[in-house]
Design a protein around this ligand. Sequence first.
Ligand code: SAM
Length: 212
Amino acid sequence: MRQRNKPWAKEKLAEYPQYVIQSPDQWKGKWHEVFEKNQPLHIEIGTGKGRFISGMAKANPDINYIGIELQDSVIVTALDHIIEAELPNVKLMNVNANDLHTFFEKGEVDRVYLNFSDPWPKSRHAKRRLTYKTFLKTYEEILVDQGEIHFKTDNQGLFEYSLTSFSEYGLLLKYVSLDLHNSNFDGNIMTEYEEKFSNKGNRIYRCEVQYR
Ligand code: SAM
């Protein structure tokens, strides 16, 4: 997601510690203390402008959510959604997903969402894809046993690559749709990219996979 540089973004993120977790490594092993209620924790990696994570938190008050995004100039828009919605069950982290194991203990996360992850189409950049095997290992290190990844994209190449990567890693494929918006899947919450690309006529692919 290319975004205009916003030099004030870091400062604004720091002004809302109740929503944007500062020094998230200090909460490793005790994330339940960060939220009002001790309930399952779902994280979205590459949360972008946050429409999905705030929509999910509103629709599912019995789940805690964390949106993780690398770029401060992007996540600051997610913060605006969350300030407006005043939800107790959603937080943000302005960090790189490479470091997830420094923030979460094994078994602390119940589900990982990946939505419209950067495709990195050149094969020499495959290691940067959020469904590359090293990322799958990182997710395994923080997820509960039999934890799940739910993945959506409009990028056919990334979807095909990811299905192979999941399969080679030994993940169980529980659900797949090659045309989400014309499927019987209930309760879809659109992301910013999903709206943009489906408006252009792109098909949306979705799958759910589970660690064994
Ligand atoms: N999920 C949003 C959506 O569907 O509208 C944003 C999609 S955008 C194509 C991908 C986002 O993932 C970008 O904002 C990017 O900064 C973020 N991202 C990519 N790699 C990341 C990483 N290693 N850790 C955290 N965020 C990352």
